[in-house]
Design a protein around this ligand. Sequence first.
Ligand SMILES: [Zn+2]
Length: 385
Amino acid sequence: MGRRSIVNLTFFSFTVTYLALQLQPIYTIGFDPQIIQESTTPVPSLQARPGAPFRIALFADLHFGENAWSDWGPRQDFNSIRVMSSVLDAETPDFVVYLGDVITANNIPIENATLYWDQAISPTRSRGIPWASVFGNHDDAPFVWPLEWFCASGIPQLWCPLANSSDSGEAACSFKGTSRLGLMKKEVERNVLSYSRSGPNDLWPSVSNYVLQVVSSDNPESPLVYLYFLDSGGGSYPEVISTAQAEWFKRKAEEINPDSRVPELIFWHIPSKAYKSVAPFFIYKPCVGSINKEWVAAQETESGIMNILVKRPSVKAVFVGHNHGLDWCCPYGKLWLCFARHTGYGGYGNWERGARILEITKEPFSIKSWIRMEDGKVHSEVTLS
Ligand SMILES: [Zn+2]
């Protein structure tokens, strides 16, 4: 943020026009994410291909929409699309998880941030691959005015779609940002391939809380693994997984997997405090990874989720993003705590970009993971179950 102060309005206008054109082929399905009834809704299913393991790519911290008023920002988004495209083409995953900080909302000076969200999911959508997303701390963060706009060059003439010639200032271009519910509603409405959900209303203000199941092609009644998504907050409210969310997880897991027979994987954005307790000084066995350049930036408090997770033998691993300079997995009791790998050119840090891959095999059952880099290299392979 704030890395280039050159205001290039021509490029900005071009980018916005380009984004608008990209949004033309949008389809709608009759699904309202806000009226999900918890106990009566069957768990949505993803089916593995016959005879093949189920492969998931994690895209973490893409940070689309930074410095859109300069030529630097749109170039980063273009680079991020290139990273995702090369990972998708090399790994041909069955599913993609967008692990939060999809956009940098505090940097987006237009009212509707879904334009950028849509760009971030476009490489996955254009390849016909289904996906799910969770929110990070930047996705609904309020707009922060860049200091450079108050220098000689002044505030750039911005694209304010609702601007009325008789309005000025706040009335014309208020940069309100887009709420979690707004972002999720648009993603789900516009994309038949999106498996994202707005979770139960009583978990508000957290939104991205839901569960999916992966089933094998020969036995769709018998889940291979459950994938749980939780909203770890940040942006418009504190960075936390609440007691209510922890209890929702417990209730849901006991309801659909009472004997812990089916393995469970957990995805959220901001590491819990437990990550601090396992953080290695140097990465060595049993931890596996390649970069360890930061302290763990954990959630503000711990409200019970980790206690519940460690007590369930079926929970195999938790996956988070948030720390762009960490990509390790370390054991925590019987489960694994893993970072993804910084995928986007947006956001801080210049470590090479890549994506964590998960592979779930039915017989014999195993969960493997590795990191696929933008340049095609693969490293940090680990068996998680
Ligand atoms: Zn980030």
